[in-house]
Design a protein around this ligand. Structure first.
Ligand code: BGC
Ligand code: NOJ
Length: 819
């Protein structure tokens, strides 16, 4: 069953009923201020850091689900209701939520009163704007009382949820007309406050939660809207909220519009106060004046729309060019939603979603490097500075902090290091950046090691240390030591944790010097050639020769010790025993090493690659995607760690861990098997499961980290939407390998690999200062192979398009078939 539909022209997902199987959310904001916004106006916001600068409170895993957000209670002739459905679950005559690019709209009606809310974070300012319009659609005059409602978080989201002996005594507010200021902790070490304002006179206000709600009431039955009159309560300690009481007299057909703004304001240390105890409101005044009218809000929204139009113009898929009706789903994902999700993962890493609390996880070294693969074409300059931030958290020996804090940009000691795949992802990210931009100057940037300026060296040296770290940390089979874990955080081969509740990621690690990862070896074989190429192109011929030699040595080790007869082995444990081999009782075959080894081209010439991918299909495939391993671990294995802690079919224990599915997709294109590549792409693609939303449960417009595998009772159910490396890798797989428009060092490579019955397609790609309008003709019914290419009407030799950098549009015609 569907709960909505894609409006492709508007680039919106339209939710047509509020009771979606899980809150279906959107992200507002793409610079410093971010809001999570559900289809019933639930969610919260923060500035820069989801843990440290949280403006509004959110209770995770709450009942009822998704209680808490920006709410508007309407009182119409003693009938009180919430137009976003939640929190009162009001019966609505009409309801629609449109999630668009950086904005969301909710419109509804009840008893002749129509409500419309447009919510967004404007470019350039740290605030949430909610433009609210009330319309009287009835035949008689209406006197409406509207009560806005937000609940302030006391900034540090972790403390806010745990340290009540302090929290209940520190809350402070100030009220000035229609402006409610939240200034908890401002008197001491904070230079920021929040303001919740409306551009109209308020008949009253409330800032004390209990006064507004009434004793023992929830958000679904607040006393004040029912009484019809605000109490003008001034919070002192306990739980500060912001609520305006607006009175609206509406003649039949009359509309009134209000602009509500929730802003984050900062003052320099020496200008914090207007007078003793009274905050300096200069930044708030400036912000609120800017968005003081509906027209000003509309203008800001138009600017946001233009911003996204431009961004999504960098890569577009022409739906009209597709011969098979279902391919529209691919077009809307690849052209719009997948790229949109890539922006969100780039901004958030794994910090704040409806599954990640925003408290525990900073920016991941491995995650952020991969996220930028799907983002670098959108805003390359931001990818550039992100790379430099990430690299600064690398240790001088090439290993790295696994995470860093977005506010301080310093490596996170709590999680530490020791994930031995981390260093290689830096090479992967930098190579993608250079291929996209041609900007080799990034290699000369001086970047600290361990955030210490004194240890700074060029980014190139960082890459070298990454490469060398793998070369110098090998085990008995000449394969890379796994450390705490590799990409699969749950393969904890040196952990041996028997203590309940202990974190597999951070607990003492007994470095065995034995446990090895075939996946890290394959990643090395995949990114190594890019490192060698970068060396060649920057006059480092000796280093390139050394790199090539090491890649060969690693490939030999994979072939010798990483091959199990029909597929690639996954790892060796701390006793030197195989993981992912036929001799294993459970976990005989894993997806990761097979996908990555074939991506790296290993076994392509000797039949192993075909065998490996056929084995993946035979043993790991399912209706909803490829599961991570089989057979699922049924018991906990001390020597394997978290992977065996999950019930069969969930997460890394044989769940469909979507992030690694596109590795198989890409690997299939390496073999030229377009039909199978496309099939693996569509199986995890959310738009293809839109009418199956009851089972899938999560948003049909974004990828989820995990879909329950075939061993799980609810095979096909998704979890952890939005913040997943699946976004970047699926975008890479569809845009660069299936549709085959791939940035390489010398230009734009064209090398599609599609199902033979796909008769062709057209895409546009902005690349290094020019626009490429590419039309691919596959009337030959090929899966791979190019017969001819013409560029601006002239025959072109080879598959790499020239770098024009002339600001012009170039017409490219590609004919597939045998050459
Ligand atoms: C999850 C992993 C995740 C790790 C780190 C584990 O519980 O299964 O997917 O990467 O935690 O937070
Ligand atoms: C989620 C983590 O964010 C990512 O870094 C990791 O690779 C996967 N889980 C697999 O364990």
């Amino acid at each position: 069953m569907q709960y909505g539909f894609f409006d492709d022209d508007a680039k919106e997902y339209v939710i047509t009923r509020p009771d979606t199987p899980y809150p279906w959310i959107n992200y507002l904001g793409c610079e410093e201020f971010f809001s999570l916004f559900s289809n019933t106006s639930g969610g919260y916001c923060f500035c820069r850091d989801a843990r440290m600068l949280r403006l509004t409170r959110y209770r995770y895993n709450n009942v009822p689900a998704d209680a808490g957000g920006r709410y508007f209670y309407l009182r119409d002739n003693a009938d009180v209701w919430t137009p976003s459905w939640m929190p009162m679950k009001s019966k609505l005559d009409r309801y629609e939520c449109r999630h668009g690019m950086g904005y969301s709209k909710i419109s509804s009606s009840r008893n002749g009163l129509a409500f419309k809310q447009i919510s967004f974070v404007p470019l350039g300012d740290n605030c949430e704007i909610h433009k609210v319009t009330l319309t009287n659609e009835s035949a008689s005059e209406k006197n409406i009382d509207m009560f806005s409602f937000i609940e302030f978080c006391l900034w540090n989201a972790n403390d806010d949820m745990t340290n009540f002996q302090r929290n209940f005594s520190i809350g402070e507010v100030e009220i000035e007309g229609s402006r409610i200021y939240h200034k908890t902790e401002y008197r001491e070490r904070r230079n920021h406050y929040a303001v919740w304002s409306v551009n109209a006179p308020a008949a009253g206000f409330d800032t004390d939660r209990q006064t507004f709600l009434g004793l023992y009431n929830g958000f679904d039955s607040p006393q004040t809207p029912f009484s019809g009159k605000a109490n003008n309560s001034v919070a002192s300690g306990w739980a500060p909220i912001g609520s305006h009481h607006i009175k609206a007299k509406l003649a039949p057909n009359e509309s009134k519009t209000y602009v509500f703004t929730l802003g984050f304001c900062e003052n320099p240390q020496d200008q914090k106060w207007e007078k003793p105890g009274i905050i300096n409101k200069t930044p708030a005044n400036k912000l609120l004046e800017k968005y003081n009218t509906a027209e000003a809000a509309d203008k800001a929204l138009a600017e946001l729309n233009a911003y996204w139009k431009n961004l999504l113009g960098k890569f577009t898929v022409d739906a009209a060019s597709l011969s098979r009706p279902d391919d529209i789903k691919m077009a809307r994902m690849a052209g719009v939603w997948n790229q949109y999700q890539c922006m969100v993962t780039f901004n958030m890493s794994r910090s704040a979603s409806y599954f990640e609390s925003g408290i525990g996880r900073g920016m991941g070294f491995r995650d952020s490097n991969q996220d930028l693969l799907g983002f670098v074409h959108l805003v390359p300059e931001r990818a550039r500075s992100r790379i430099l931030d990430i690299a600064a958290t690398q240790f001088p020996d090439g290993s790295a902090y696994h995470q860093y804090q977005p506010l301080t940009k310093r490596g996170n000691n709590e999680v530490g290091s020791g994930f031995n795949d981390d260093p290689l992802w830096l090479i992967c990210g930098v190579a993608a950046y250079i291929k996209e931009t041609g900007d080799y100057s990034i290699l000369d940037e001086k970047v600290p090691f361990d955030n210490d300026e004194k240890l700074a060296d060029t980014l190139f040296i960082h890459l070298k240390r990454s490469f060398d770290f793998t070369v110098t940390h090998k085990g008995p089979h000449g394969l890379p030591l796994i450390g705490r874990a590799d990409w699969n955080d749950c393969l904890n081969l040196n952990c041996f944790s028997a203590t309940p509740g202990e974190s597999f990621q951070t607990t003492a690690n007994f470095e065995s010097g034995v446990a090895e990862s075939v996946l890290i070896a394959a990643i090395f074989a995949f990114v190594g050639p890019d490192y060698a190429e970068i060396c060649k192109r920057t006059n480092r011929a000796d280093e390139a020769a050394y790199a090539e030699k090491e890649i060969k040595t690693m490939t030999d080790a994979i072939n010798l010790h990483g091959w199990d007869g029909d597929w690639f082995v996954r790892a060796y444990d701390a006793y030197g025993k195989k993981i992912g081999g036929k001799e294993c009782d459970d976990g005989k075959i894993f997806i990761e090493s097979n996908g990555f080894a074939v991506m790296a081209g290993i076994g392509v010439n000797d039949g192993r690659a075909v065998k490996a991918l056929d084995s993946v299909k035979e043993h790991l495939d399912s209706k909803y995607g490829i599961v991570l391993l089989q057979p699922a671990y049924k018991n906990y294995h001390l020597e394997l760690g978290e992977v065996s802690s999950y019930p069969p079919g969930y997460k890394e224990n044989a769940g469909i861990f979507c992030h690694n599915n596109p590795w198989v997709t890409i690997a299939e294109t390496v073999l030229g098997r377009g039909k199978r590549a496309f099939e693996t792409y569509t199986k995890i693609c959310p738009a293809y499961r839109e009418d199956d939303s009851d089972l899938r449960r999560l948003e049909p417009y974004v990828y989820a980290q995990m879909v329950a595998g075939k061993d799980a009772p609810r095979h096909g159910e998704a979890k952890n939407s939005w913040l997943t490396g699946t976004a970047a890798w699926t975008f890479v797989s569809i845009s660069q390998y299936i549709l085959g428009v791939r940035p390489v060092f010398d230009g734009l490579l064209i090398d599609p690999c599609i199902p033979s019955d796909m008769k062709g397609f057209a895409v546009t790609r902005h690349f290094r200062g020019a626009d490429y309008h590419i039309t691919v003709d596959n009337s030959a019914g090929a899966e791979k192979g190019i017969k001819s290419i013409t560029v601006d009407g002239k025959a072109h030799e080879g598959k790499v398009l020239p770098i024009f950098n002339d600001g012009k549009v170039h017409k490219i015609t590609v004919i597939m078939g045998a050459c």
